[in-house]
Design a protein around this ligand. Structure first.
Ligand code: FES
Length: 155
């Protein structure tokens, strides 16, 4: 199992087995792994006494959760209207070319996941790319290469 049972139990115990803490439990469990494997969800279900179907419902409803392996670094490109007008499609092409993955995919070495988002609330900076929570306004092809390379070699 990717995540040790004891680790999952420890997180559930913090919420004293209270099923109303389900979302917090899932967020914490995912923080360790970057995604929610089936065995992990089964354990959370057992320990919280919440049916597995209900847990899947929550895990698929919120975009914050992933039921697929996620990369160590998350890259998002904004495809909201303002960013589209300002060249987001070209930015996305360059990012997909650099990462060699499409939106929704994770690299085979589990280093990067790529997503698109609809608006980050900073339209004047568009087109915008976010890497691990850091915003980049109008990055050039060279800057994208530098950012990705720096992330790839990060310890
Ligand atoms: S449309 Fe991209 S930040 Fe608003």
């Amino acid at each position: 199992m990717v995540q040790e049972l004891a680790e999952i139990d420890e997180i559930v115990d913090k919420y004293e087995g209270d099923e109303s803490g389900l979302i917090q439990v899932l967020l914490e469990v995912q923080r360790e792994n970057r995604w929610l494997p089936k065995d992990t969800l089964k354990r959370v279900s057992q320990r919280l006494g919440v049916p597995l179907t209900q847990i899947y419902h929550v895990a698929t409803f919120y975009k914050a959760f992933s039921l697929m392996p996620r990369g160590r670094h998350l890259v998002s490109v904004c495809l909201g209207t303002a960013c589209q007008v300002r060249g987001a499609p070209r930015l996305l092409d360059k990012v997909t070319e650099t990462l060699k993955i499409k939106p929704g995919e994770t690299s085979t070495d589990l280093q990067f996941s790529l997503d698109t988002v609809n608006c980050l609330g900073c339209c004047a900076l568009g087109p915008v790319m976010v890497v691990d929570g850091e915003y980049y306004s109008k990055p050039t092809a060279k800057e994208i290469d530098q950012i990705i390379t720096a992330k790839a070699i990060e310890p």
